[in-house]
Write a protein that binds this ligand. Structure first.
Ligand SMILES: Cc1ncc(COP(=O)(O)O)c(C=O)c1O
Length: 385
């Protein structure tokens, strides 16, 4: 018996997506840049996927640029805007301290090349305070990047309010919506952003496919140069199978968004309540109201998160200690640290992220095993002392 509770790391590919991918791989190998029938067939597939992605976020298809996933979309937004705005003298970039490494490490790379950078704090519940952003903005600010939903704790940021402040200063606003797309409604018009990243494998699509939505008229330099693909914005023969899979996943997400959100939200509520009642010394990390419905991050006092992860894995449950990139190391979560949690608490928290295949029975199985695993680990820690 294996139960997958790590959907913020990645998700199983939906069978309808697998079928679409298989058709392309087996029967439709054309290059979308070719003029003949084979090429035009592939081009039509790309156009269809572009329409599907645009309607998922209420953008225009011409504003969608396909990428190799969320990391490339984030790099494209930050590096592309930095390069495009460099001649204007705007050489200041801002991001929140709880961003994914795809944003934080790109910001660091730009800082090494002379860009002024500011990392915004978050409050104890994991939310950016608009007044802090206002204080950080300057006449030279080119771009602000604040994620829509956080991958570790699920908190949703007040993007529309933040974007308004940024636009008042004449700067651009990017949001990494990799963890919010398909979990909550994402509408680029009401969010008021200029750029938005998404990634197919976080919502039952294939890995290696994603997109950057770029509002019409926004100045962004291409970071991959070569042919004239994607209207000159991203060179390289398109990953047609992956993009088709992204399009199918986008259409499924639109259809399931509300019912699946309600189902997972109820499941998570029951899980959290039962953990808090049945296991002493537990606490939920992050704002409990402003969150995507599938994610919970829970502290277990006196328990090493890595040991709990392994203990749960031995019983067949897959959870995480935070972002997939930093698990495997004992580095405390930069997200929990930014929220000002104690060193202990940053190291005894696990993330449980629910998804399409999860059932109430699976949650019950977890609730049966979890209290025993935690008390065994706690008694081992006491003996070691
Ligand atoms: C918030 C966030 N941004 C970006 C990424 C990177 O996306 P990808 O795996 O498609 O490169 C992830 C994936 O972990 C993420 O959670």
């Amino acid at each position: 018996m294996r139960v997958y509770f790590d959907h913020n790391a990645t998700t199983p590919v939906d069978p309808a997506v697998v079928d679409a991918l298989a058709t392309i791989l087996r029967d439709e190998f054309g290059n979308p840049s070719s003029v003949h029938h084979f090429g035009q067939q592939a081009k039509a597939r790309l156009d269809d996927a572009r329409t599907a992605v645009a309607s998922l976020i209420n953008g225009d298809p011409s504003e969608v640029v396909f990428t190799s996933g969320g990391t490339e979309a984030d790099n494209f937004a930050l590096r592309g805007v930095a390069e495009a705005l460099e001649p204007t003298g705007r050489r200041h970039l801002i991001a929140s301290g709880i961003e994914h490494e795809a944003v934080l490490n790109t910001l660091k790379a730009l800082a090494r090349r002379g860009w002024r950078t500011t990392i915004l704090p978050v409050d104890a519940s994991g939310i950016v305070v608009p007044a802090e952003l206002k204080a950080a903005l300057g006449d030279d600010t080119a771009l602000v990047s604040v994620m829509h939903a956080n991958n570790e704790i699920g908190t949703i940021q007040p993007i529309a309010d933040l974007a308004r402040l940024v636009h008042e200063q004449g700067a651009l606003f990017h949001t990494d919506a990799v963890q919010s797309v398909a979990k909550v409604p994402v509408n680029v018009q009401t969010l008021g952003v200029d750029l938005l990243s998404l990634s197919a494998h976080k919502f039952n699509g294939p890995k290696g496919a994603g997109a950057l939505w770029i509002k019409r008229g926004t100045r962004v330099a291409a970071i991959l140069t070569g042919g004239r693909h994607e209207r000159n914005r991203r060179a390289g023969t398109e990953n047609v199978p992956g993009i088709v899979g992204l399009g199918v996943a986008a259409r499924l997400a639109v259809r399931k968004l509300q019912t699946e959100g309600e189902r997972l939200g109820a499941m998570r509520g029951r899980l959290e309540q039962a953990v808090l009642e049945r296991v002493s010394g537990t606490a939920i990390n992050g704002d409990r109201a402003r969150r995507v419905p599938n994610t919970t991050n829970i502290s277990f006092e006196g328990v090493e998160a890595e040991s709990l992860l392994i203990g749960l894995d031995l019983e067949g449950f897959a959870v995480s200690t935070g972002s997939a990139c930093s698990s495997g190391t004992l580095e405390p979560s930069h997200v929990l640290r930014a929220m000002g949690l104690s060193a202990h608490r940053t190291q005894n928290s696990i993330r449980i992220s629910l998804g399409a295949g999860n059932t109430d029975e699976q949650v019950d199985l977890l609730l049966d095993k979890l209290p025993g695993i935690v008390s065994r680990l706690r008694s081992l820690t006491r003996v070691a002392r």
